[in-house]
Design a protein around this ligand. Structure first.
Ligand code: ZN
Length: 569
């Protein structure tokens, strides 16, 4: 490719809206342009990288026996409704209506579509497992689309789906995807941490995410400093410290309390006791209008994901508004730990303290010596607290949990029967009876992978692509091209490399300075740079330099091809 003809060139001008390094570099180097928040065009260079990423994924996924197909992007809303998925996705689902008022959603993921497809073939146990995947455009109406390709509203995803007769069979495929993903991210030169995760809007039981640690990450992962435990913050388990279980249980009392005492900080100030001694309530509303109160020890925070799981939320839980609180007869800061028209979900930490303060706040009174089980009991009880930095690891019971900021580059979901039960997804077993299909799903976002690679592989001058995903193998820079001999040599090297199946981006511009050509090459980040100039021809060849190194060497025509081939082998 002659750079003079390339659509979408590099620029030294910085982009003000870029919030992450990868966002800035991909814009500046001419890989992407923004259409609107969270929607990006892949320019010719960007598409080249995208295709490399796609090819690597396809190769590894094909290897484990998955078969590629493609389903429509517009999904009939009824299919999503059958499995209650429209509610689970909530506001992040894009809706579209056609001329007949039929409602569709722009696919955010395709579990229900793939299940509907498999159903059409009435599979028997002999046809299982089915393992299918696609590369297609996905849509998610993210509230905050920031960080360039890291968090977008429209993106290309590799989404795979497998269908089995039981969990045992699923786990075999699950393991194969796990290994395939490790191979893929290894080729992208991304070190991943595989963590347990919450299935969230996808549904089902345990799943895993492939995380890359980076300061621009918006996912939090906890990792034990003593054992191998690692989990997404949304699901991370930890041991609750026992506070005062040796204290004698005292009689329940209503005590007077100054009117200004409302928040946890006010309590600490007034009673001169640590946060652990107080009760705290966090209030949410489910999609069906049910008010859900998470009751927890004062020093801990309620994890929305854990609460949704213990409670069995029907949709996306939203923080209760003033109006919601009014509807159950209370207001902010005055929520009781029992007695409101709500579903109460208690955290395990409620059993680590004796004689809590709080729980029945009124204008100038509250309760004290409150003990779980004796004075109140939540309808549901379980692990709804968010792990914190330095929490004790629940696995080894010794180590401390560290919080890491990560980008999720891939996930594998053990979905189970969630959709097959909701949508009558059956297969015929050996005895001729219909049984529910057991499902798994597997995703990798291509744009996010590209951005994460840039986050991990760049220097102060620009991108440094790993060999596997570079848009071209060689960045050939021609200098002094107004001199006929140099121009001829440069053109002939360009043709020669192409003949040897070495892809080349050839900067053949006549007017641009050497400095700006080098700066553009650094920004674009192709791993091998070759310079041909009056000076290099006088020295008998071409300047060869690897992007990540400082030194260059002079090579002749024969050795340059061998060196490139060796570099990429
Ligand atoms: Zn541990």
């Amino acid at each position: 490719m002659k750079y003079s003809k390339l659509f979408g060139k590099a620029t030294k001008n910085k982009f003000k809206q870029a919030s992450a390094t990868s966002h800035q570099l991909l814009l500046q180097a001419g890989y992407i342009r923004q259409l609107s928040a969270g929607r990006f065009t892949l320019l010719p260079l960007g598409l080249k990288v995208n295709k490399k990423i796609e090819a690597i994924i396809r190769k590894e996924i094909d290897k484990i026996g998955a078969q590629e197909l493609i389903v429509p992007t517009l999904h009939p809303i009824e299919l999503w409704q059958q499995a209650n998925r429209d509610k689970k996705f909530g506001a992040s689902m894009m809706r579209v209506t056609d001329r007949n008022n039929a409602e569709f959603t722009l696919g955010a993921t395709a579990e229900v579509i793939m299940l509907d497809l498999v159903k059409q073939f009435t599979p028997t146990y002999k046809d299982l497992p089915v393992n299918i995947y696609q590369f297609s455009q996905k849509f998610r109406d993210e509230a905050r689309a920031t960080g360039g390709l890291l968090r977008v509203r429209e993106f290309i995803m590799k989404d795979g789906y497998s269908f089995h007769k039981n969990e045992k069979s699923l786990l075999k495929t699950y393991q194969k995807y796990w290994q395939a993903y490790l191979n893929i991210f290894n080729k992208f030169k991304l070190d991943t941490l595989v963590v347990e995760s919450d299935n969230g809007a996808i549904g089902g039981s345990i799943s895993h995410e492939f995380m890359v640690e980076t300061p621009v990450g918006e996912d939090f992962v906890v990792k034990c400093d003593k054992c191998d435990y690692a989990a997404n913050l949304e699901t991370a388990q930890f041991l609750r410290q026992e506070i005062n279980l040796k204290d004698a249980i005292k009689p329940f009392e209503i005590i007077s309390q100054p009117e200004w005492v409302e928040t946890m900080e006010d309590n600490v100030k007034h009673y001169k006791l640590p946060k652990t001694r107080f009760l705290k309530n966090v209030v949410y509303k489910d999609s069906d209008g049910t008010i859900v109160v998470g009751v927890i020890r004062g020093d801990l925070s309620v994890s929305k994901a854990k609460l949704a799981k213990v409670y069995g939320a029907k949709g996306d839980l939203e923080p209760a508004t003033d109006k919601d609180l009014e509807s159950i007869g209370t207001k902010y800061g005055w929520v009781h730990c029992w007695g409101h028209k709500a579903v109460y979900v208690g955290d395990l930490s409620l059993k680590t303290v004796r004689n809590f303060i709080g729980g029945l706040k009124e204008k100038d009174t509250d309760s004290t010596n409150v003990n779980y089980d004796r004075d109140f009991k939540c309808q549901m009880f379980g692990d709804i607290a968010e792990a914190q930095s330095d929490s004790t690891c629940a696995k080894c019971k010794q180590g401390r949990l560290k919080l890491l900021k990560c980008v999720e580059v891939g996930n594998i979901f053990n979905i189970g029967y969630t959709y097959s039960q909701a949508m009558d997804g059956f297969f015929i077993d050996k005895s001729g009876k219909p049984k529910h299909l057991y499902m798994g799903s597997y995703g990798i976002g291509l744009g996010r992978a590209m951005a994460t690679i840039v986050e991990k592989h760049h220097d102060k001058n620009g991108i440094v692509w790993p060999k596997s995903v570079t848009p071209y193998m060689v960045h050939l820079i021609g200098l002094d091209l107004h001199e006929k001999l140099v121009l001829e040599k440069a053109d002939s090297l360009y043709r020669h490399l192409k003949k040897k199946h070495i892809s080349v981006l050839y900067d053949n511009r006549l007017e641009d300075s050497a400095g700006s050509k080098f700066a553009d090459a650094d920004l674009i980040g192709i791993p091998v740079r070759i310079v041909i100039s009056k000076k290099s021809t006088e020295k008998g060849g071409f300047e060869y330099k690897v992007r990540s190194e400082k030194q260059f060497k002079i090579l002749d025509l024969k050795s340059i091809v061998d060196t490139i081939v060796k570099f990429y082998s």
